[in-house]
Design a protein around this ligand. Sequence first.
Ligand code: AMP
Ligand code: ZN
Length: 483
Amino acid sequence: MKLYNSASHRKEEFVPNHPDIVKMYTCGPTVYHFAHIGNLRSYIMEDILEKYLRYQGYNVKRVMNITDVGHLSSDADEGEDKMLKGARREHKTVMEIAKFYTDAFFADCRKLNIKRPDVVEPATHCIDDYIRIITKLLDTGYAYLAGGNVYFDTSKLKQYYVFNDFNEDDLAEGVREGVEKDENKRNKNDFVLWFTKSKFEDQALKWDSPWGVGYPGWHIECSAISMKHLGEDLDIHCGGIDNAFPHHTNEIAQSEAYLGHKWCNYWMHVLHLNTATGKMSKSKGEFLTVSLLEEKGYDPLVYRLFCLQSHYRKSLVFSWENLTNAQVAYNKLIARIAGLKAGDEPVDEEALKALDEKFRGALDNDLNTSLAVTTLYDTLKYPTNDATKLAALGKFDAVLGLDLLKKAEQKRRETQAEQAAGAAAGVTFEGCEANEEVEKLALERVSAKKTKNFAEADRLRGEIAAMGYEVLDTPKGPVVKKA
Ligand code: AMP
Ligand code: ZN
């Protein structure tokens, strides 16, 4: 499989460090508010990566943090803790809102068929790990104390801007926009590992440390949580593109300074979901949630399909019109699958292999999900029996997560129920007088069809025709007209 690596700026063949396991780390949500559908675009695409690795036979261990402390209003070290702001907004404690929004996040993930990572670790559970890492960084000269806080010294590194397709000056400006400069920093990119002094003294959660009572910076949590559960090396680290700088840049700086060797091999960044008016932002409080999509009558999996229809390395514009188009495509796809009948035919292994190759070919090329979705239509058109088509669709859906077979079965049952309701409503005579004998034959024909006795149904149609009538099957039941 080829995967674009933001660290090398090119597509690379994916080769894990260890043959028996792929170690994958994902930056989790900051739980001060609901996840918006932009956040969830990142998690959907990361879910596809994990599931496709498993599809290829890899054993994956995936770890995700929950940011419940330390993420300040700016992604650099200035401003107030986002959790504290959220708690004040809702007149609750920080831990109450952390629990509420963590649960809400995983409820949204379930609706979108995003698998829960193998390990989910809240940042507040790992204070000892941060203290251990920061202590070593201080001992080895990579960190310094200033004004009561501990800072990482970026001037000690050979290279700081690892994702250097960004312009250094723009990045430094953008992150600090509208916030005061921290005079304790020796270099403009230095970042806080541990706070004991902040302008916001009402920080709710504080812990004892060798440097005084305080709390960790945001970046240290991901390095520490990854090492705690995945050890000293990592295959793939994921996140939205906004995480590349400063968050991931700082993670690499502190992890490699601490370990003394390369830490993570592949970096996957998902581009943003935007609206016509710009970026979707949790902090501004104006954003779209899964619940809102449901309130408007959309199946959450329609949003998943909408995301799969475009590549993760392109930004995506959300509009209700685009979502409606995805809804129409999803309904049609499900209706076509519902029309397949497995019967007793054996699966054609040759055809299945050919379809599987197409599917892999799409995802092997840096997760081309829109082409993988096209493979579903190719499968429906493929010259093979329905049993093979259903087997292929079920297999592919283990990665795509669109509930194709489940929804098709649901659709089939609904159609049958509609037909049964039609039959119960009786026979309609259109443009002619009701005829008792013909009505009896038409109802017998409904029973014959229900038990799949199509020969008998045809015979009854013939009998009705012989009496000078024609019968039409409609969702409201049989309609009889004069022939
Ligand atoms: P947060 O909860 O703000 O820490 O963000 C959770 C994840 O969503 C991170 O991986 C972010 O990079 C990602 N993210 C934030 N905004 C967007 C967006 N508009 N589109 C896609 N991903 C996003
Ligand atoms: Zn992170």
